[in-house]
Write a protein that binds this ligand. Sequence first.
Ligand code: SF4
Length: 130
Amino acid sequence: MPDQHPNHPRRQFLKIGGLGLATLFLADKTLAQKSAAQAGAAKLEMTKETDPQATALGYKEDAAKVDVKKWPKRGGAEGSKQFCYNCQFYQSKSDKPASVPAAPCTLFANKGVTAKGWCNGWVQNPTVKG
Ligand code: SF4
């Protein structure tokens, strides 16, 4: 039985082959996880400023463009701190929601809104400061 020796080439081949398979399995799993994350991000349908509910609530993708005469809640020192990312309806799973460009808004049927956006439905998220 010549292949019983631990350093026999056939045993070495099987060990290396096993490592190769494990590496392939892990690489495949990592790629699958990346694809799932990308698919999840790609699925987020964004709210348009022209959508009827967005118009009714004065939604702007850029809060700086809100007409504060029409929407005084966003005016003044306190109003200028209001953004989607610190609103309780913003569904970011990040602990730094300002760094996430967009997330679903429960007030807009979970369509996406921008972190720097705003609408008149804004309510302070008590867990997000700033
Ligand atoms: S409800 Fe909040 S998160 Fe949704 S659009 Fe208005 S300000 Fe943004």
